[in-house]
Design a protein around this ligand. Sequence first.
Ligand code: CAO
Length: 241
Amino acid sequence: LLPWPKVDFAKFGPIEEKPLSRIQKISGANLARNWVMIPHVTQHEEADITELEAFRKQLGAEHKELKITPLVFQMKAAVAALKAFPQFNASLDESGEKLILKKYFHIGIAVDTPDGLVVPVIRDVDKKGLLDLARELAEISKKAREKKLGPNEMSGGCFSISSLGGIGGTAFTPIVNAPEVAILGVSKAQMKPVWNGSEFVPRLMLPLSLSYDHRVIDGALAARFAAFLARQLGDIRRLLL
Ligand code: CAO
């Protein structure tokens, strides 16, 4: 690689220097390694969450003490997909010659903090209900923003979710959080006209962007995983299966 360009920007106009935070330095080094070493592909999909949203709103009205966002449903759907496609709940070992398949379901959640990106891990998502997950998500994101997360709360993840849905966007390409092999990016749900076979009907559509390590996962498998996820979110009764 060429060395990083060395430029005296002050020659061109006024400037100010701002050191990177500790978190930015650590996550930056990880992101750069993952971006360079992992052959990334991103599969885009859409989930019809019209019914999920009606249920979420109802649940929110019944549990005013909790903030139940779409993210907890995405975590449960991700676990269902990891169970159906074990290749996604895996890591390459150091030699790159062996795949380690995991029998536990810990999900990393990208959290935006004033000092940069951190990814706390919520353990055993398969064993927890939506309300417990909403509670834990609130606790862990508060801890992240207050810089109180310990290293054990940021390790052991199987699969990560990066939700920018509260902010906006229609799609993006998240970077795989090694040694995980895939990450789900979620953008903002929007009402769209959807053809139901005889007419266009207004449906709330959630954009999903699944980036994966192409050394471990083939495109067809990723397309199946993403379609499975969308089906789970489209009919959350399936999460009981
Ligand atoms: N579509 C539409 N609305 C959505 C949504 C989606 N996909 N996801 C969340 N929302 C809504 C929520 O319901 C909430 O609505 P109300 O304010 O009306 O209740 C609002 O957006 C804000 O949600 P939130 O962001 O506070 O909560 P969350 O559970 O969705 O996310 C957390 C929590 C911690 C993941 C989030 O705050 C965060 O930090 N996201 C950024 C992650 C990030 O930076 N990723 C990039 C990594 S690569 O650099």
